[in-house]
Structures are given as C-alpha cells and as structure tokens.
Write a protein that binds this ligand. Structure first.
Ligand code: NAD
Ligand code: UDP
Length: 315
C-alpha cells in the first residue's frame, strides 16, 4: 500500500483516478483548489478512511509525505483555461516546479498529465511522440499549450539533473461522467444541449476532427504507465485513435439521446486545431494498452450521467 498524491483530484479525470487508486488499496491524498473541480465529484469517497481531501493551490509549495504523485491540476477546457490565462500558465509551470520539488525531497515517482495540445495545430497526422508540434506562442490557447510544454521541459530537466523518476503522458480528448456540465468542452456541451432540447452549437463547418477516449480507458493507461520501470519516462500518447469529425459527434449525440435538437453553426474559435489523432504505437508496445470502449458506448454512459444530473437539478 502506497500513499499517493493526486493534484486536481476533484476534477473530472482526477476523481476517477482517486477512485481507482483507492480500489487498489492505496491511501490517496487529493488536493484541489476547486477552480473547475467540485467536492461533489469525490463525495462518494469521503467515507473511505484511506481518502483525504485538502484544499490547496499548486502554485504554492506543498509539504506532505507521499510515495507517488499524479499531477493533474490545471483547467482543461478552453473556456476555463482562457478565463484567467496568467493563472493557467502559473498552474502548469509553478505547479510543476513545486511538485517536482516535493518529488525530489521525497524521492517519489511523479506523473505529469500533459496534453495533445503540445502538438498545437499539427502538421503531422497522426501525431507521434517524436513530433515537436506547431504551437502559436502568443495566441489564446498559448497559456495552456506553452504552460504544458514548459512543464514537460521541467519534468525532463529534473529527470536529467536530479535523476527523478518521471512519467509524462500526453492525453488526447477524454470524456465521460463527471465532466463539468458547463465547461464548454464538446462532448459535455453537445450532451447537455441534446438532453435539454436546445440547439447543438457546432463551431466552424464541423469538419475538424478529434479522437475521443473514454475516461476509464485513460485511467487504466495512467496506472500502467506509473507501474513501468524507471527507464520509461514518456512522453507517451494516451488516447483513442478512432477519429471523428465534430459533425459526426453531434449526429451521434442526437441519435443516442433521441433528441429533437437542431444543429446551429457558430464561428470557429481562434487556433482551433483542424485535426487530431494519437499514434499509440508506443502505448501498445510499452504498456500493452489500448482503449476498449467505443465512442457510442462511452457517449451512452456519459448521457446517462448527465441525464441523472439534470434530473437532480444540479446542472
Ligand atoms: P478538470 O478541469 O476537470 O480538472 C482539473 C482539476 O484541477 C480541477 O479539479 C481544478 O479545480 C484543479 N485545479 C486547477 N488549477 C489548480 C491549482 N492551481 N491548484 C490546484 N488544483 C487546481 O479537467 P480534466 O479534464 O480532469 O483534466 C485533468 C488533467 O488532464 C489536466 O491537467 C488537463 O490539462 C489534462 N488533460 C485533460 C484532457 C481531457 O480531454 N480531459 C486532455 C489533455 C490533458
Ligand atoms: N466545439 C463545437 N461546439 C461546442 C464546443 C466545441 O463545435 O459547443 C468544437 C471545438 O471548436 C473543437 C472541438 O469541438 O473543434 C473540440 O473542442 P473542445 O473544447 O472539447 O476540445 P479541444 O478543442 O481542446 O480539443
């Protein structure tokens, strides 16, 4: 049994990770500043004596005794990370410095939730880990993209300079229960709009693509990466290679909800990547991992979650 720190543990992915780690018998210390996460996401874990929730902002140093660290703290939805862009960069960069410092003092293994956004609007398709990306350093998405890129740099410098054991995962679009109903990301937006019978807001012509990974598959990838030998540092892509246009996603959501919602076209946000698909050759070879949950099944489970949430009047 280990004592494991999960930063951003009250968020969408973090709450699923905490649950899985507790299920494996570990002690979990979940820290979060509740910027986009909520206590509600971890409410069911509060009775578990191995679970501890602490309000803390990762841009400030943290002194706790842990054996492993998963660093997920950072708003992930464009609306939220662009709301206070300076804080977003601080969260990624100062957060990484503080947690790497903690890992160094504890000699703890540390995992970084990096992102496919390090590839920017990619000119290579699908994206392999060797691709250096096509990122605008001064645009609206830069606070997130460059913050995450700098965090990767810090992880690798701590690894080289201080021999820290690091695990860097580049996560592609992930969805599922406990996404924030108002976080503006495409799956939650479309599902909530369809369930409410409101128009589905499709940005641009809807021909841009994304590859959507269900959260349970992703968390399995996290655990496998953390369990690898010290020689495995990543970066390693974790995502579902099944690529869909956003229009196809809208049609799938309408079909699965049986909604009468119409599609409403809106302008494409600035720097919105045209296409995104992970090459997961490395994850398959090194982690023996690949997603098992198909889009329709995952979207159905997500619809069930939001349906219950709307009926409770929470969203
Ligand atoms: P989320 O917004 O639900 O979770 C992020 C959590 O971090 C929230 O609970 C938030 O309150 C917390 N947080 C934000 N700033 C903080 C700070 N300064 N100190 C402490 N806590 C802070 O998003 P998510 O989808 O669960 O994403 C989790 C991680 O995975 C993020 O680092 C994100 O960048 C990364 N990621 C997610 C996706 C995806 O598709 N969901 C894709 C790529 C990368
Ligand atoms: N999108 C959309 N309608 C929405 C929300 C998003 O058409 O209501 C599009 C968005 O422009 C992008 C894709 O869906 O092309 C994925 O957006 P999201 O914010 O989920 O993630 P990211 O752009 O970071 O991959």
């Amino acid at each position: 049994m280990k004592r494991i720190l999960v930063t951003g543990g009250a968020g969408f992915i973090g709450s699923h990770l905490c649950e899985r780690l507790l299920g494996q018998g570990h002690e979990v210390l979940c820290i979060d500043n509740f910027y986009t996460g909520t206590r509600r996401n971890v409410a069911r874990l509060m009775d578990d004596q191995n679970f501890e929730l602490m309000r803390h902002d990762v841009t400030f140093p943290l002194f706790v005794e842990v054996d492993e660290i998963y660093n997920l703290a950072c708003p992930a939805s464009p609306i939220h990370y662009q709301f206070d862009p300076v804080q977003t960069t601080k969260t990624s960069v100062h957060g990484a410095i503080n947690l790497l410092g903690l890992a160094k003092r504890r000699r703890a293994k540390i995992f970084q939730a990096s992102t496919s956004e390090v590839y920017g609007d990619p000119t290579q398709h699908p994206q392999t880990e060797e691709y250096w990306g096509n990122v605008n350093p001064i645009g609206f998405r830069s606070c997130y993209d460059e913050g995450k890129r700098c965090a990767e740099t810090l992880f690798f410098d701590y690894h080289r300079q201080h021999k820290l054991r690091i695990k860097v995962a580049r996560i592609f679009n992930t969805y599922g229960p406990r996404m924030h109903p108002n976080d503006g990301r495409v799956v939650s937006n479309f599902v909530v709009q369809a369930l409410n019978g409101e128009p589905i807001t499709l940005y641009g012509d809807g021909q841009q693509t994304r590859s959507f990974c269900f959260v349970d598959d992703l968390v399995e990838g996290f655990l496998r990466l953390m369990d690898t030998g010290d020689e495995v540092t990543g970066p390693i892509n974790l995502g579902n290679p099944g690529e869909f246009t956003i229009k196809q996603l809208a049609e799938t959501v309408i079909e699965l909800t049986g909604s009468k919602s119409t599609i409403e076209y809106r302008p494409l946000p600035q720097d919105d990547p045209r296409q995104r698909q992970p090459d997961i050759t490395k994850a398959k070879a090194i982690l023996d991992w690949e997603p098992t949950i198909q889009l329709k099944e995952g979207v159905s489970r997500t619809i069930a979650y939001f349906d219950a949430l709307l009926k409770e009047g929470v969203a």
